[in-house]
Write a protein that binds this ligand. Structure first.
Ligand code: AMP
Length: 581
Protein backbone atom coordinates (compact mmCIF):
# COMPACT_ATOMS: atom_id res chain seq x y z
CA UNK A 1 0.00 0.00 0.00
CA UNK A 2 1.38 3.39 -1.02
CA UNK A 3 1.42 5.87 1.84
CA UNK A 4 1.42 9.67 1.77
CA UNK A 5 5.08 9.74 2.85
CA UNK A 6 6.04 7.28 0.09
CA UNK A 7 4.95 9.78 -2.55
CA UNK A 8 7.15 12.50 -1.08
CA UNK A 9 4.54 14.76 0.48
CA UNK A 10 5.96 17.32 2.94
CA UNK A 11 6.14 16.24 6.57
CA UNK A 12 3.58 18.90 7.64
CA UNK A 13 1.05 17.62 5.16
CA UNK A 14 1.68 13.97 6.06
CA UNK A 15 1.01 14.87 9.70
CA UNK A 16 -2.21 16.63 8.73
CA UNK A 17 -3.57 13.76 6.62
CA UNK A 18 -2.69 11.35 9.41
CA UNK A 19 -4.69 13.52 11.83
CA UNK A 20 -7.60 13.35 9.40
CA UNK A 21 -7.38 9.58 9.45
CA UNK A 22 -6.37 9.16 5.82
CA UNK A 23 -4.17 6.09 5.58
CA UNK A 24 -3.34 6.03 1.92
CA UNK A 25 -4.09 8.19 -1.13
CA UNK A 26 -7.31 7.53 -3.01
CA UNK A 27 -6.88 6.69 -6.73
CA UNK A 28 -7.29 10.31 -7.84
CA UNK A 29 -4.85 11.46 -5.17
CA UNK A 30 -2.32 8.90 -6.37
CA UNK A 31 -2.58 10.52 -9.79
CA UNK A 32 -2.22 14.12 -8.66
CA UNK A 33 0.49 13.39 -6.10
CA UNK A 34 2.78 12.52 -9.00
CA UNK A 35 2.89 16.30 -9.60
CA UNK A 36 4.68 17.13 -6.38
CA UNK A 37 7.86 18.06 -8.26
CA UNK A 38 6.17 20.20 -10.83
CA UNK A 39 2.57 21.22 -11.30
CA UNK A 40 1.31 20.44 -14.82
CA UNK A 41 0.32 23.46 -16.90
CA UNK A 42 -3.08 21.99 -17.68
CA UNK A 43 -4.81 19.14 -15.95
CA UNK A 44 -8.28 17.78 -16.67
CA UNK A 45 -9.58 15.31 -14.14
CA UNK A 46 -12.77 13.41 -14.64
CA UNK A 47 -13.74 12.79 -11.09
CA UNK A 48 -16.79 12.58 -8.93
CA UNK A 49 -17.54 13.96 -5.52
CA UNK A 50 -16.59 11.49 -2.84
CA UNK A 51 -13.40 10.35 -4.52
CA UNK A 52 -11.16 12.50 -2.35
CA UNK A 53 -10.76 15.02 -5.14
CA UNK A 54 -10.53 18.05 -2.83
CA UNK A 55 -7.38 16.71 -1.23
CA UNK A 56 -6.29 15.61 -4.72
CA UNK A 57 -5.86 19.24 -5.74
CA UNK A 58 -5.27 20.72 -2.29
CA UNK A 59 -2.28 18.56 -1.38
CA UNK A 60 -0.08 19.36 -4.41
CA UNK A 61 -1.09 23.04 -4.17
CA UNK A 62 -0.17 23.23 -0.50
CA UNK A 63 3.02 21.28 -1.11
CA UNK A 64 4.07 23.99 -3.58
CA UNK A 65 2.86 26.93 -1.53
CA UNK A 66 5.36 29.51 -0.43
CA UNK A 67 3.93 30.93 2.79
CA UNK A 68 6.56 33.66 2.90
CA UNK A 69 5.14 35.18 -0.30
CA UNK A 70 2.15 37.28 0.68
CA UNK A 71 -0.05 37.09 -2.41
CA UNK A 72 -2.75 34.86 -3.86
CA UNK A 73 -1.02 31.79 -5.22
CA UNK A 74 -4.03 29.56 -5.81
CA UNK A 75 -7.62 30.29 -6.72
CA UNK A 76 -10.22 27.54 -6.47
CA UNK A 77 -13.62 28.10 -8.07
CA UNK A 78 -16.60 25.98 -7.17
CA UNK A 79 -20.35 26.20 -7.82
CA UNK A 80 -21.93 26.66 -4.38
CA UNK A 81 -21.35 28.41 -1.12
CA UNK A 82 -21.53 25.16 0.83
CA UNK A 83 -18.89 23.55 -1.31
CA UNK A 84 -16.80 26.70 -1.04
CA UNK A 85 -16.89 26.53 2.75
CA UNK A 86 -16.18 22.84 2.72
CA UNK A 87 -13.16 23.21 0.43
CA UNK A 88 -11.91 26.09 2.57
CA UNK A 89 -12.20 23.92 5.68
CA UNK A 90 -10.40 21.07 3.93
CA UNK A 91 -7.55 23.43 2.99
CA UNK A 92 -7.35 24.73 6.54
CA UNK A 93 -7.27 21.22 7.99
CA UNK A 94 -4.61 20.10 5.57
CA UNK A 95 -2.52 23.22 6.16
CA UNK A 96 -2.81 23.18 9.94
CA UNK A 97 0.90 22.47 10.43
CA UNK A 98 1.94 24.95 7.74
CA UNK A 99 2.18 28.02 9.95
CA UNK A 100 0.86 31.27 8.52
CA UNK A 101 -1.09 29.80 5.62
CA UNK A 102 -4.04 32.06 4.87
CA UNK A 103 -7.10 30.59 3.16
CA UNK A 104 -10.05 32.86 2.37
CA UNK A 105 -13.52 31.90 1.24
CA UNK A 106 -15.48 34.34 -0.94
CA UNK A 107 -19.05 33.49 -1.79
CA UNK A 108 -22.36 35.17 -2.47
CA UNK A 109 -25.05 35.71 0.13
CA UNK A 110 -22.64 37.04 2.77
CA UNK A 111 -21.48 40.65 3.34
CA UNK A 112 -19.08 41.59 0.59
CA UNK A 113 -17.03 44.12 2.56
CA UNK A 114 -16.02 41.62 5.24
CA UNK A 115 -14.73 39.19 2.62
CA UNK A 116 -13.02 42.05 0.74
CA UNK A 117 -11.33 43.11 3.97
CA UNK A 118 -9.98 39.66 4.66
CA UNK A 119 -8.69 39.42 1.07
CA UNK A 120 -6.90 42.71 1.51
CA UNK A 121 -5.26 41.47 4.70
CA UNK A 122 -3.50 38.93 2.52
CA UNK A 123 -4.34 35.46 1.38
CA UNK A 124 -2.39 32.59 -0.13
CA UNK A 125 -5.35 30.56 -1.26
CA UNK A 126 -8.75 31.88 -2.25
CA UNK A 127 -11.73 29.60 -2.61
CA UNK A 128 -14.76 31.22 -4.19
CA UNK A 129 -17.96 30.99 -6.11
CA UNK A 130 -17.77 32.55 -9.60
CA UNK A 131 -20.10 35.54 -9.14
CA UNK A 132 -18.46 36.74 -5.94
CA UNK A 133 -14.96 36.19 -7.32
CA UNK A 134 -15.86 38.41 -10.30
CA UNK A 135 -17.11 41.10 -7.89
CA UNK A 136 -13.88 40.91 -5.91
CA UNK A 137 -11.74 41.17 -9.03
CA UNK A 138 -13.74 44.18 -10.23
CA UNK A 139 -13.33 45.87 -6.85
CA UNK A 140 -9.62 45.11 -6.99
CA UNK A 141 -9.96 43.30 -3.68
CA UNK A 142 -8.72 40.14 -5.36
CA UNK A 143 -5.44 40.53 -7.22
CA UNK A 144 -4.43 37.60 -9.33
CA UNK A 145 -1.19 38.92 -10.86
CA UNK A 146 0.93 36.29 -9.16
CA UNK A 147 -1.53 33.42 -9.39
CA UNK A 148 0.19 30.09 -9.88
CA UNK A 149 -2.64 27.65 -9.92
CA UNK A 150 -6.26 28.07 -10.96
CA UNK A 151 -8.58 25.20 -10.04
CA UNK A 152 -12.08 24.78 -11.41
CA UNK A 153 -13.94 22.31 -9.23
CA UNK A 154 -17.18 20.77 -10.44
CA UNK A 155 -16.76 22.60 -13.73
CA UNK A 156 -19.80 20.88 -15.23
CA UNK A 157 -21.99 22.13 -12.42
CA UNK A 158 -20.66 25.68 -12.69
CA UNK A 159 -21.53 25.71 -16.38
CA UNK A 160 -24.91 24.09 -15.73
CA UNK A 161 -25.62 26.85 -13.26
CA UNK A 162 -24.94 29.53 -15.89
CA UNK A 163 -21.54 30.72 -14.72
CA UNK A 164 -19.95 30.57 -18.18
CA UNK A 165 -19.50 34.34 -18.55
CA UNK A 166 -18.09 34.62 -15.04
CA UNK A 167 -15.62 31.82 -15.75
CA UNK A 168 -14.52 33.51 -18.97
CA UNK A 169 -14.10 36.79 -17.10
CA UNK A 170 -11.99 35.13 -14.41
CA UNK A 171 -9.84 33.34 -16.99
CA UNK A 172 -9.17 36.71 -18.64
CA UNK A 173 -8.24 38.21 -15.27
CA UNK A 174 -5.55 35.65 -14.52
CA UNK A 175 -2.08 35.68 -15.98
CA UNK A 176 -1.16 33.25 -18.74
CA UNK A 177 1.76 31.60 -16.93
CA UNK A 178 -0.19 29.58 -14.48
CA UNK A 179 -1.28 26.04 -13.99
CA UNK A 180 -4.97 25.39 -14.72
CA UNK A 181 -6.71 22.36 -13.25
CA UNK A 182 -10.22 21.42 -14.14
CA UNK A 183 -12.17 18.86 -12.14
CA UNK A 184 -15.51 17.67 -13.40
CA UNK A 185 -17.75 14.69 -12.78
CA UNK A 186 -18.88 14.72 -16.40
CA UNK A 187 -17.42 16.08 -19.61
CA UNK A 188 -20.25 17.60 -21.61
CA UNK A 189 -19.35 19.68 -24.66
CA UNK A 190 -19.60 22.97 -22.74
CA UNK A 191 -16.84 21.82 -20.41
CA UNK A 192 -14.76 20.59 -23.33
CA UNK A 193 -15.09 23.92 -25.11
CA UNK A 194 -13.87 25.87 -22.06
CA UNK A 195 -10.99 23.40 -21.76
CA UNK A 196 -10.17 23.77 -25.46
CA UNK A 197 -10.16 27.55 -25.23
CA UNK A 198 -8.06 27.97 -22.10
CA UNK A 199 -6.14 24.78 -21.52
CA UNK A 200 -3.50 23.71 -24.01
CA UNK A 201 -2.07 20.18 -24.10
CA UNK A 202 -3.94 19.18 -21.01
CA UNK A 203 -2.83 16.17 -19.07
CA UNK A 204 -5.98 14.10 -18.61
CA UNK A 205 -6.76 11.78 -15.79
CA UNK A 206 -9.87 9.78 -15.18
CA UNK A 207 -10.09 7.72 -12.07
CA UNK A 208 -12.43 4.79 -12.32
CA UNK A 209 -15.98 6.11 -12.61
CA UNK A 210 -16.75 4.60 -9.30
CA UNK A 211 -14.34 5.17 -6.52
CA UNK A 212 -13.81 3.16 -3.38
CA UNK A 213 -16.80 4.82 -1.78
CA UNK A 214 -19.14 4.74 -4.72
CA UNK A 215 -18.44 1.10 -5.44
CA UNK A 216 -19.82 0.36 -2.02
CA UNK A 217 -23.17 1.80 -3.04
CA UNK A 218 -25.91 -0.71 -3.64
CA UNK A 219 -28.71 0.18 -6.01
CA UNK A 220 -32.24 -0.90 -5.30
CA UNK A 221 -35.56 -0.17 -6.92
CA UNK A 222 -39.23 -0.49 -6.06
CA UNK A 223 -41.80 -0.66 -8.84
CA UNK A 224 -45.17 0.94 -8.12
CA UNK A 225 -47.98 2.85 -9.79
CA UNK A 226 -47.51 6.62 -10.01
CA UNK A 227 -50.12 7.32 -7.38
CA UNK A 228 -48.61 4.84 -4.98
CA UNK A 229 -45.22 6.52 -4.92
CA UNK A 230 -45.82 8.41 -1.69
CA UNK A 231 -47.27 5.42 0.16
CA UNK A 232 -44.37 3.32 -1.12
CA UNK A 233 -41.89 5.92 0.09
CA UNK A 234 -43.49 5.98 3.53
CA UNK A 235 -43.32 2.23 3.84
CA UNK A 236 -39.74 2.10 2.63
CA UNK A 237 -38.79 4.81 5.16
CA UNK A 238 -40.62 2.93 7.90
CA UNK A 239 -38.66 -0.19 7.09
CA UNK A 240 -35.30 1.60 7.57
CA UNK A 241 -35.46 2.95 11.11
CA UNK A 242 -31.96 4.49 11.11
CA UNK A 243 -32.14 6.12 7.72
CA UNK A 244 -30.09 9.31 7.35
CA UNK A 245 -30.54 10.36 3.81
CA UNK A 246 -31.48 12.65 0.99
CA UNK A 247 -34.65 12.24 -1.04
CA UNK A 248 -34.23 13.70 -4.49
CA UNK A 249 -37.03 15.42 -6.38
CA UNK A 250 -36.96 17.09 -9.76
CA UNK A 251 -38.28 20.54 -8.86
CA UNK A 252 -38.38 22.95 -5.95
CA UNK A 253 -42.14 22.65 -5.79
CA UNK A 254 -41.91 18.90 -5.52
CA UNK A 255 -39.42 19.12 -2.68
CA UNK A 256 -41.69 21.53 -0.80
CA UNK A 257 -44.79 19.42 -1.30
CA UNK A 258 -43.11 16.14 -0.46
CA UNK A 259 -41.32 17.54 2.59
CA UNK A 260 -44.54 18.94 4.01
CA UNK A 261 -46.37 15.69 3.31
CA UNK A 262 -43.67 13.77 5.14
CA UNK A 263 -43.52 16.26 8.00
CA UNK A 264 -47.30 16.16 8.27
CA UNK A 265 -47.05 12.43 8.76
CA UNK A 266 -44.44 12.76 11.46
CA UNK A 267 -41.27 12.04 9.49
CA UNK A 268 -38.24 14.14 10.46
CA UNK A 269 -37.95 15.68 6.98
CA UNK A 270 -37.19 19.13 5.59
CA UNK A 271 -36.87 20.55 2.11
CA UNK A 272 -33.70 22.13 0.82
CA UNK A 273 -33.85 23.95 -2.47
CA UNK A 274 -32.84 27.09 -4.25
CA UNK A 275 -35.82 29.09 -3.02
CA UNK A 276 -34.48 29.13 0.54
CA UNK A 277 -32.38 32.06 1.64
CA UNK A 278 -28.83 31.28 2.60
CA UNK A 279 -29.73 31.64 6.26
CA UNK A 280 -32.63 29.23 5.95
CA UNK A 281 -30.41 26.76 4.16
CA UNK A 282 -27.77 27.00 6.85
CA UNK A 283 -30.37 26.36 9.50
CA UNK A 284 -31.73 23.30 7.69
CA UNK A 285 -28.22 21.97 7.21
CA UNK A 286 -27.39 22.56 10.87
CA UNK A 287 -30.45 20.57 11.93
CA UNK A 288 -29.52 17.85 9.47
CA UNK A 289 -25.95 17.66 10.76
CA UNK A 290 -27.20 17.38 14.31
CA UNK A 291 -29.59 14.67 13.07
CA UNK A 292 -32.61 16.53 14.40
CA UNK A 293 -33.75 16.20 10.80
CA UNK A 294 -32.72 12.94 9.19
CA UNK A 295 -34.36 13.25 5.77
CA UNK A 296 -33.55 16.09 3.43
CA UNK A 297 -35.84 16.48 0.46
CA UNK A 298 -33.64 18.14 -2.13
CA UNK A 299 -33.32 19.24 -5.70
CA UNK A 300 -30.17 18.18 -7.50
CA UNK A 301 -28.71 21.66 -7.45
CA UNK A 302 -29.38 22.25 -3.74
CA UNK A 303 -27.98 18.83 -2.87
CA UNK A 304 -24.60 19.96 -4.18
CA UNK A 305 -24.22 21.83 -0.94
CA UNK A 306 -24.92 18.88 1.31
CA UNK A 307 -21.46 18.15 2.58
CA UNK A 308 -22.30 15.21 4.77
CA UNK A 309 -20.30 12.02 4.43
CA UNK A 310 -22.26 9.53 6.42
CA UNK A 311 -25.53 9.40 4.53
CA UNK A 312 -26.91 5.89 4.75
CA UNK A 313 -29.31 6.27 1.84
CA UNK A 314 -30.14 8.31 -1.19
CA UNK A 315 -33.71 8.06 -2.40
CA UNK A 316 -34.67 8.86 -5.96
CA UNK A 317 -38.30 9.85 -5.76
CA UNK A 318 -38.57 9.16 -9.49
CA UNK A 319 -35.51 8.48 -11.60
CA UNK A 320 -33.86 11.43 -13.36
CA UNK A 321 -33.87 11.55 -17.16
CA UNK A 322 -30.13 11.89 -17.31
CA UNK A 323 -28.14 8.89 -16.05
CA UNK A 324 -25.32 11.26 -15.07
CA UNK A 325 -27.67 12.95 -12.62
CA UNK A 326 -28.38 9.58 -11.06
CA UNK A 327 -24.66 8.95 -10.74
CA UNK A 328 -24.27 12.28 -8.93
CA UNK A 329 -27.15 11.49 -6.64
CA UNK A 330 -26.05 8.01 -5.69
CA UNK A 331 -22.52 9.32 -5.17
CA UNK A 332 -23.80 11.29 -2.18
CA UNK A 333 -23.84 8.06 -0.21
CA UNK A 334 -21.18 5.37 0.15
CA UNK A 335 -18.55 8.03 0.62
CA UNK A 336 -15.19 7.93 2.31
CA UNK A 337 -15.12 4.16 2.52
CA UNK A 338 -18.59 3.79 4.01
CA UNK A 339 -21.33 1.73 2.43
CA UNK A 340 -24.56 3.23 1.18
CA UNK A 341 -27.78 2.39 -0.58
CA UNK A 342 -29.32 4.26 -3.45
CA UNK A 343 -33.04 3.63 -3.73
CA UNK A 344 -35.25 4.40 -6.70
CA UNK A 345 -39.01 4.37 -6.35
CA UNK A 346 -40.14 4.09 -9.91
CA UNK A 347 -43.09 3.51 -12.16
CA UNK A 348 -43.18 1.25 -15.15
CA UNK A 349 -42.56 4.24 -17.42
CA UNK A 350 -39.21 4.82 -15.72
CA UNK A 351 -37.90 1.29 -16.20
CA UNK A 352 -36.14 2.30 -19.41
CA UNK A 353 -34.28 5.05 -17.55
CA UNK A 354 -33.17 2.49 -15.02
CA UNK A 355 -31.83 0.34 -17.84
CA UNK A 356 -29.92 3.32 -19.24
CA UNK A 357 -28.35 3.91 -15.83
CA UNK A 358 -27.43 0.24 -15.51
CA UNK A 359 -25.80 0.38 -18.91
CA UNK A 360 -23.80 3.47 -18.11
CA UNK A 361 -22.69 2.47 -14.64
CA UNK A 362 -22.47 -1.28 -15.28
CA UNK A 363 -24.18 -1.62 -11.92
CA UNK A 364 -27.27 -3.74 -11.49
CA UNK A 365 -30.31 -2.54 -9.60
CA UNK A 366 -31.87 -5.06 -7.24
CA UNK A 367 -35.65 -5.28 -7.36
CA UNK A 368 -37.12 -4.91 -3.89
CA UNK A 369 -40.68 -5.32 -2.73
CA UNK A 370 -42.38 -2.49 -0.91
CA UNK A 371 -42.99 -3.90 2.54
CA UNK A 372 -46.53 -4.63 3.58
CA UNK A 373 -48.11 -2.95 6.56
CA UNK A 374 -47.75 -6.25 8.42
CA UNK A 375 -44.00 -6.26 7.67
CA UNK A 376 -43.72 -2.71 8.94
CA UNK A 377 -45.79 -3.55 12.01
CA UNK A 378 -43.56 -6.54 12.75
CA UNK A 379 -40.43 -4.45 12.45
CA UNK A 380 -41.83 -1.73 14.69
CA UNK A 381 -43.04 -4.23 17.27
CA UNK A 382 -39.69 -6.00 17.42
CA UNK A 383 -37.84 -2.73 17.80
CA UNK A 384 -40.22 -1.75 20.62
CA UNK A 385 -39.63 -5.14 22.24
CA UNK A 386 -35.92 -4.40 22.16
CA UNK A 387 -36.50 -1.02 23.77
CA UNK A 388 -38.76 -2.69 26.31
CA UNK A 389 -36.06 -5.18 27.25
CA UNK A 390 -33.48 -2.44 27.58
CA UNK A 391 -35.65 -0.15 29.70
CA UNK A 392 -34.06 1.13 32.87
CA UNK A 393 -35.46 3.34 35.54
CA UNK A 394 -33.06 4.93 37.94
CA UNK A 395 -33.79 6.75 41.14
CA UNK A 396 -37.54 6.10 41.21
CA UNK A 397 -39.26 3.56 43.39
CA UNK A 398 -42.04 1.74 41.57
CA UNK A 399 -42.86 -0.91 44.15
CA UNK A 400 -46.34 0.48 44.80
CA UNK A 401 -47.04 0.78 41.12
CA UNK A 402 -45.74 -2.76 40.59
CA UNK A 403 -48.26 -4.12 43.06
CA UNK A 404 -51.06 -2.35 41.22
CA UNK A 405 -49.92 -3.67 37.86
CA UNK A 406 -49.54 -7.18 39.28
CA UNK A 407 -53.06 -7.04 40.53
CA UNK A 408 -54.40 -5.74 37.26
CA UNK A 409 -52.70 -8.51 35.32
CA UNK A 410 -52.94 -11.35 37.81
CA UNK A 411 -55.51 -13.34 35.85
CA UNK A 412 -53.39 -13.47 32.74
CA UNK A 413 -51.10 -16.31 31.82
CA UNK A 414 -47.70 -15.57 30.35
CA UNK A 415 -49.03 -16.42 26.86
CA UNK A 416 -51.99 -14.10 27.26
CA UNK A 417 -49.74 -11.34 28.51
CA UNK A 418 -47.37 -11.69 25.56
CA UNK A 419 -50.25 -11.80 23.12
CA UNK A 420 -51.90 -8.74 24.58
CA UNK A 421 -48.62 -6.82 24.60
CA UNK A 422 -47.97 -7.76 20.97
CA UNK A 423 -51.46 -6.70 19.94
CA UNK A 424 -51.07 -3.41 21.72
CA UNK A 425 -47.66 -2.69 20.21
CA UNK A 426 -48.82 -3.70 16.75
CA UNK A 427 -51.89 -1.53 16.96
CA UNK A 428 -49.76 1.42 18.03
CA UNK A 429 -47.29 0.78 15.22
CA UNK A 430 -49.79 0.65 12.39
CA UNK A 431 -52.50 2.80 13.90
CA UNK A 432 -52.78 5.28 11.06
CA UNK A 433 -52.04 2.83 8.31
CA UNK A 434 -55.38 1.94 6.78
CA UNK A 435 -53.89 1.45 3.32
CA UNK A 436 -52.65 -2.11 3.40
CA UNK A 437 -52.64 -2.79 -0.33
CA UNK A 438 -49.83 -4.67 -1.95
CA UNK A 439 -48.19 -1.84 -3.92
CA UNK A 440 -45.75 -3.94 -5.87
CA UNK A 441 -45.80 -4.30 -9.62
CA UNK A 442 -44.11 -7.20 -11.32
CA UNK A 443 -41.02 -5.94 -13.15
CA UNK A 444 -41.25 -8.81 -15.63
CA UNK A 445 -44.82 -8.11 -16.64
CA UNK A 446 -45.44 -5.25 -19.05
CA UNK A 447 -48.95 -4.48 -17.88
CA UNK A 448 -50.36 -3.37 -14.59
CA UNK A 449 -53.29 -5.25 -13.18
CA UNK A 450 -55.22 -2.06 -12.84
CA UNK A 451 -54.82 1.24 -14.52
CA UNK A 452 -56.11 3.00 -11.46
CA UNK A 453 -54.12 5.90 -10.27
CA UNK A 454 -52.11 6.24 -13.45
CA UNK A 455 -52.95 9.89 -13.64
CA UNK A 456 -50.76 11.88 -11.39
CA UNK A 457 -46.98 11.70 -11.20
CA UNK A 458 -46.68 14.67 -8.93
CA UNK A 459 -46.53 14.40 -5.21
CA UNK A 460 -49.23 16.36 -3.54
CA UNK A 461 -51.86 15.96 -6.27
CA UNK A 462 -54.19 13.56 -4.66
CA UNK A 463 -56.58 11.75 -6.87
CA UNK A 464 -59.08 11.56 -4.03
CA UNK A 465 -58.71 15.13 -2.98
CA UNK A 466 -62.44 15.83 -3.04
CA UNK A 467 -62.91 12.86 -0.82
CA UNK A 468 -60.74 14.55 1.76
CA UNK A 469 -63.40 17.09 2.54
CA UNK A 470 -65.16 15.38 5.39
CA UNK A 471 -68.78 14.62 4.63
CA UNK A 472 -68.65 15.54 0.99
CA UNK A 473 -69.19 11.94 -0.11
CA UNK A 474 -71.16 9.01 1.16
CA UNK A 475 -70.30 5.43 0.33
CA UNK A 476 -73.05 3.31 -1.15
CA UNK A 477 -72.86 -0.48 -1.39
CA UNK A 478 -74.52 -2.26 -4.29
CA UNK A 479 -75.28 -5.98 -4.61
CA UNK A 480 -73.82 -6.03 -8.11
CA UNK A 481 -70.26 -6.97 -8.93
CA UNK A 482 -68.05 -8.20 -11.74
CA UNK A 483 -70.09 -11.41 -11.79
CA UNK A 484 -73.02 -9.28 -12.94
CA UNK A 485 -70.89 -7.54 -15.55
CA UNK A 486 -70.71 -4.44 -13.48
CA UNK A 487 -67.94 -1.96 -14.10
CA UNK A 488 -67.35 1.63 -12.95
CA UNK A 489 -68.81 3.27 -16.07
CA UNK A 490 -71.94 1.11 -15.88
CA UNK A 491 -72.40 1.82 -12.21
CA UNK A 492 -72.22 5.57 -12.77
CA UNK A 493 -74.44 5.14 -15.82
CA UNK A 494 -77.28 3.33 -14.06
CA UNK A 495 -77.25 5.82 -11.22
CA UNK A 496 -77.47 8.71 -13.65
CA UNK A 497 -80.18 6.99 -15.60
CA UNK A 498 -82.38 6.28 -12.61
CA UNK A 499 -81.74 9.69 -11.12
CA UNK A 500 -82.16 11.51 -14.45
CA UNK A 501 -79.23 13.56 -13.35
CA UNK A 502 -75.91 13.48 -15.11
CA UNK A 503 -74.20 16.00 -12.85
CA UNK A 504 -73.79 13.89 -9.73
CA UNK A 505 -70.18 13.76 -8.63
CA UNK A 506 -68.73 10.39 -7.84
CA UNK A 507 -65.63 9.60 -5.86
CA UNK A 508 -63.96 6.28 -5.46
CA UNK A 509 -65.49 3.17 -7.01
CA UNK A 510 -64.61 -0.39 -6.01
CA UNK A 511 -65.95 -3.27 -8.06
CA UNK A 512 -65.66 -6.63 -6.32
CA UNK A 513 -66.78 -10.05 -7.53
CA UNK A 514 -70.31 -9.92 -6.14
CA UNK A 515 -70.66 -6.35 -4.97
CA UNK A 516 -69.59 -2.80 -5.67
CA UNK A 517 -69.18 0.38 -3.72
CA UNK A 518 -69.27 3.89 -4.94
CA UNK A 519 -68.78 7.21 -3.25
CA UNK A 520 -71.61 9.56 -4.16
CA UNK A 521 -71.92 13.21 -3.28
CA UNK A 522 -73.60 13.27 0.12
CA UNK A 523 -76.38 15.62 -1.00
CA UNK A 524 -77.59 13.01 -3.54
CA UNK A 525 -76.95 9.87 -1.49
CA UNK A 526 -80.38 9.41 0.12
CA UNK A 527 -82.12 10.03 -3.22
CA UNK A 528 -79.88 7.49 -4.92
CA UNK A 529 -80.65 4.86 -2.27
CA UNK A 530 -84.37 5.56 -2.53
CA UNK A 531 -84.48 5.60 -6.31
CA UNK A 532 -82.23 2.64 -6.97
CA UNK A 533 -83.49 0.08 -4.49
CA UNK A 534 -85.62 -2.53 -6.20
CA UNK A 535 -84.86 -1.48 -9.76
CA UNK A 536 -83.61 -4.12 -12.19
CA UNK A 537 -80.17 -4.56 -13.67
CA UNK A 538 -80.47 -7.41 -16.14
CA UNK A 539 -81.96 -10.25 -14.12
CA UNK A 540 -80.81 -8.79 -10.86
CA UNK A 541 -82.86 -6.72 -8.48
CA UNK A 542 -80.70 -3.92 -7.23
CA UNK A 543 -80.15 -3.59 -3.51
CA UNK A 544 -78.32 -0.53 -2.33
CA UNK A 545 -77.56 0.74 1.12
CA UNK A 546 -75.40 3.30 2.77
CA UNK A 547 -72.02 1.77 3.43
CA UNK A 548 -69.67 2.42 6.24
CA UNK A 549 -68.03 5.81 6.15
CA UNK A 550 -66.45 6.85 2.89
CA UNK A 551 -63.21 4.99 2.19
CA UNK A 552 -63.93 2.61 5.07
CA UNK A 553 -64.56 -1.10 4.67
CA UNK A 554 -67.76 -2.13 3.02
CA UNK A 555 -70.70 -3.48 4.91
CA UNK A 556 -72.34 -5.96 2.68
CA UNK A 557 -74.20 -9.25 3.06
CA UNK A 558 -71.65 -11.77 4.33
CA UNK A 559 -71.63 -14.20 1.44
CA UNK A 560 -71.76 -11.76 -1.37
CA UNK A 561 -68.51 -9.94 -1.60
CA UNK A 562 -65.00 -10.78 -0.74
CA UNK A 563 -63.31 -8.30 1.47
CA UNK A 564 -62.17 -5.57 -0.87
CA UNK A 565 -58.62 -4.45 -0.95
CA UNK A 566 -58.95 -0.70 -0.69
CA UNK A 567 -58.03 0.61 -4.10
CA UNK A 568 -57.36 -2.92 -5.30
CA UNK A 569 -59.37 -3.46 -8.43
CA UNK A 570 -61.53 -0.46 -8.14
CA UNK A 571 -61.17 2.81 -9.90
CA UNK A 572 -60.82 6.04 -8.18
CA UNK A 573 -61.04 9.51 -9.40
CA UNK A 574 -61.66 12.97 -8.13
CA UNK A 575 -65.34 13.72 -8.32
CA UNK A 576 -65.86 12.15 -11.69
CA UNK A 577 -69.08 13.03 -13.33
CA UNK A 578 -71.09 10.10 -14.48
CA UNK A 579 -72.17 9.94 -18.06
CA UNK A 580 -75.58 8.76 -19.06
CA UNK A 581 -75.72 5.48 -20.76
P1 AMP B 1 -14.18 14.73 -1.67
O1 AMP B 1 -14.24 13.89 -2.91
O2 AMP B 1 -13.09 15.69 -1.69
O3 AMP B 1 -15.52 15.36 -1.40
O4 AMP B 1 -13.86 13.76 -0.42
C1 AMP B 1 -14.77 12.84 0.10
C2 AMP B 1 -14.43 12.41 1.51
O5 AMP B 1 -13.30 11.55 1.51
C3 AMP B 1 -14.08 13.56 2.44
O6 AMP B 1 -14.79 13.36 3.64
C4 AMP B 1 -12.61 13.42 2.71
O7 AMP B 1 -12.30 13.85 4.02
C5 AMP B 1 -12.38 11.93 2.55
N1 AMP B 1 -11.04 11.61 2.07
C6 AMP B 1 -10.29 12.30 1.20
N2 AMP B 1 -9.11 11.67 0.98
C7 AMP B 1 -9.12 10.56 1.73
C8 AMP B 1 -8.18 9.49 1.94
N3 AMP B 1 -7.03 9.45 1.32
N4 AMP B 1 -8.54 8.50 2.77
C9 AMP B 1 -9.73 8.52 3.41
N5 AMP B 1 -10.66 9.49 3.26
C10 AMP B 1 -10.36 10.50 2.43
Amino acid sequence: MTTFSDVGLSAELVRAVTDLGYESPTPIQEETLTFLDELPESLIALSQTGTGKTAAFALPLLHHLDVSENHVQALVLCPTRELCLQITDDFKNLAKYMDGTQVTAVYGGAPLHIQAKSLKRGSHIVVGTPGRVVDMIKRKALILDELQCFVLDEADEMLNMGFKDDLEFIFQATRKEKSTWLFSATMPSKVESIAKKYMKNAHRIATARRNEGASSVEHEYYLVKPNDRLEALKRVLDSIPDIYGVIFCRTRDETNVLASQLMGMGYPAEAINGSLTQQQRDRVMARFRKKQVTLLVATDVAARGIDVDDLTHVVNYAVPDDPEVYVHRSGRTGRAGKSGISIAIITRGELSRLKAIEKMTTKKFTYKKVPSIVDIGRLAVMSQVENFLGAELKGVSISGLLTDVHMALEDMTREELVEQLTKWLYQKAVRDRSDDRDLNLDPKSTRDKSKSGAKSERPGRRIDRERDEPGKFVRLDFNLGRKHHMNPARLMGIINEVMSNSSINFGRIDIMTHASSIDVEAKHAADVVGAMNGTQFGHQRIKVQKGSEALGTLSRPPKQGRKPKPGGRGKKGPGRQGRRR
